[in-house]
Design a protein around this ligand. Structure first.
Ligand code: TYM
Length: 356
C-alpha cells in the first residue's frame, strides 16, 4: 500500500546583507501565504552564512533582522516555527550523513558554486561552500518537510536535495524497512520504500526571479555593487521612488498581452514585480496598463511598492528596537524545532546503524 508524507513547509533565508525585493517576492511573501493552510518552519540559515565569508562582524544583528522581516511580513511565530539554524545542531549532524551520501561531482556541477568558485583557485573557496547543498538538503529533511517555497535561483539546489533523499532511501532500503519508519511512495513510475519524502519546490508566481533594476538580464542580488539595482526592505519611500524612477526601461509602451514582453527583460521584470506586489497575474496587469507608457506605469508601481513595503519596513524597525522580543521568539522556535529534529535524527541514527 502506498502512502504520503504529512505536508510540511520549510524554507530558509541567509543572514547576509540587506533583504531586497527579490527575497521578499521570491520567498517571504510566499511564506506568509502558505501559513494559512500549512504547518510551516522558517529558518534564518546562519550556518550557511559562513560558507562564502567566514567572519561577520554583525552576524547577530543580521539574524535578528531576517527574523524581524519574517514577522513584519505577517508570519505568525506562535502558530509556526521561526528560528535560527545554529540553534538546532541536528541540521549539521544530518548534513554530515548527507555528505557521505552525496557525490562530489554533484556538488561541483552546481551553477552557484561554479559562479562563486569559477576562475579562482580552489584554495580561495571553503569546503563548506562546496558542501552547501548538502546542508540545505539536511535543513529540509531533518523535519521530513515536503514543500519548499524559494526563488528560481534555488531550483538546482532543491533538485540535488531530491537526489540525496532518493539515494539515502535506496542505499538504506533494508535498514529503513527494519526500523518500520518508512513509507511506500511512488517516484516517477517506481515504487520506493522511503524514509525521506521527495521535496516539492514551490517556485511559481509572477516574480520567481526578480531582476536588477539596472539590467533586466541580471538577478536582483544583495551583492550587486549598485544599490540602485535593488529595492531593500528597509528603504524609505523616497528611495523606493527614486530607484523605480531610475529603473532601466525601453522606449516602447507596455504591450497588452504577456507574449509582447518577450525580448523586453526590463519591461517584463517591472510588470512581474507589479503583479507579485498586487497578488495579480502579469496578464491582469497588462489588461490595465497595456498601451501605456512607462511614464504612467512607473508612478503606479511606486505607489503600490510603497503601499506594500513601507508597513513591512516600519514594523521591522519597531521590532528591531527591542531585541529581547525577537530573541525570545527565536529561542522558543529553536526549542520546538530541536524537539522535532531530534525525532528524525534518532531514526536516522538507527537507520545508519549508530549505537545509541
Ligand atoms: P538566499 O538567502 O540567497 O535567498 C533567500 C530566498 O530569496 C530568494 N531570492 C530571490 N527570489 C526571486 N528573485 C531574486 N532576485 C531572488 N534573490 C533571492 C531565494 O531563492 C531564496 O528563496 N540557499 C538558500 C537558503 C536556504 C534554504 C534552505 C532555502 C538554506 N537552506 C532550505 C530553502 C530550503 C539561500 O541562500 O537563499
Amino acid at each position: 500500500m502506498t502512502g504520503t508524507f504529512k505536508p510540511l513547509v520549510f524554507s530558509g533565508v541567509q543572514p547576509t546583507g540587506n533583504l531586497h525585493l527579490g527575497n521578499y517576492l521570491g520567498a517571504i511573501r510566499k511564506f506568509v501565504a502558505l501559513q494559512q493552510d500549512n504547518d510551516c518552519i522558517y529558518c534564518v540559515v546562519d550556518l550557511h552564512a559562513i560558507t562564502a565569508q567566514l567572519v561577520h562582524d554583525d552576524m547577530r544583528s543580521q539574524i535578528r533582522s531576517i527574523a524581524a522581516a519574517f514577522i513584519a511580513s505577517g508570519i505568525d511565530p506562535r502558530k509556526h516555527i521561526v528560528f535560527n539554524q545554529s540553534a538546532v545542531p541536528q541540521h549539521a549532524e544530518l548534513a554530515w550523513v548527507f555528505n557521505c551520501v552525496a557525490r562530489i561531482g554533484w556538488m561541483e556541477r552546481m551553477t552557484q558554486f561554479k559562479d562563486k568558485a569559477g576562475g579562482r583557485n580552489a584554495e580561495q573557496v571553503s569546503l563548506g561552500l562546496l558542501a552547501y547543498p548538502s546542508l540545505m538538503a539536511a535543513d529540509i529533511l531533518v523535519y521530513r518537510a515536503t514543500h519548499v517555497p524559494v526563488g528560481d535561483d534555488q531550483k538546482q539546489h532543491l533538485e540535488l536535495a531530491r537526489d540525496i533523499a532518493q539515494k539515502f532511501n535506496i542505499d538504506f532500503k533494508e535498514h529503513i524497512r527494519a526500523t518500520g519508519k518508512g513509507i511506500d511512495i511512488v517516484v516517477g513510475e517506481e515504487p520506493v520504500h522511503a524514509y525521506f519524502p521527495m521535496i516539492e519546490p514551490l517556485i511559481g508566481g509572477p516574480a520567481p526571479r526578480v531582476m536588477s533594476l539596472r539590467d533586466g538580464t541580471k538577478k536582483m542580488s544583495k551583492s550587486d555593487a549598485s544599490d540602485l539595482s535593488r529595492i531593500n526592505l528597509l528603504d524609505d519611500a523616497d528611495t523606493v521612488a527614486k530607484k523605480i524612477r531610475k529603473a532601466k526601461t525601453d522606449p516602447d509602451a507596455l504591450p497588452s498581452e504577456v507574449e509582447g514582453l518577450k525580448g523586453r527583460p526590463e519591461a517584463d521584470n517591472l510588470v512581474g514585480i507589479y503583479a507579485a506586489l498586487a497578488d495579480k497575474t502579469k496578464a491582469d496587469v497588462l489588461a490595465d496598463f497595456g498601451g501605456r507608457q512607462f511614464s504612467v506605469f512607473k508612478p503606479a508601481l511606486v505607489e503600490l511598492a510603497v503601499e506594500v513595503l513601507a508597513p513591512v519596513g516600519a514594523e521591522m524597525r519597531r521590532l528591531l528596537g527591542d531585541t529581547s522580543h525577537i530573541d525570545a521568539i527565536l529561542r522558543d522556535g529553536g526549542e520546538r524545532a530541536r524537539a522535532r529534529a531530534e525525532v528524525t535524527m534518532n531514526e536516522v541514527r538507527d537507520i545508519v546503524g549508530f549505537l545509541r
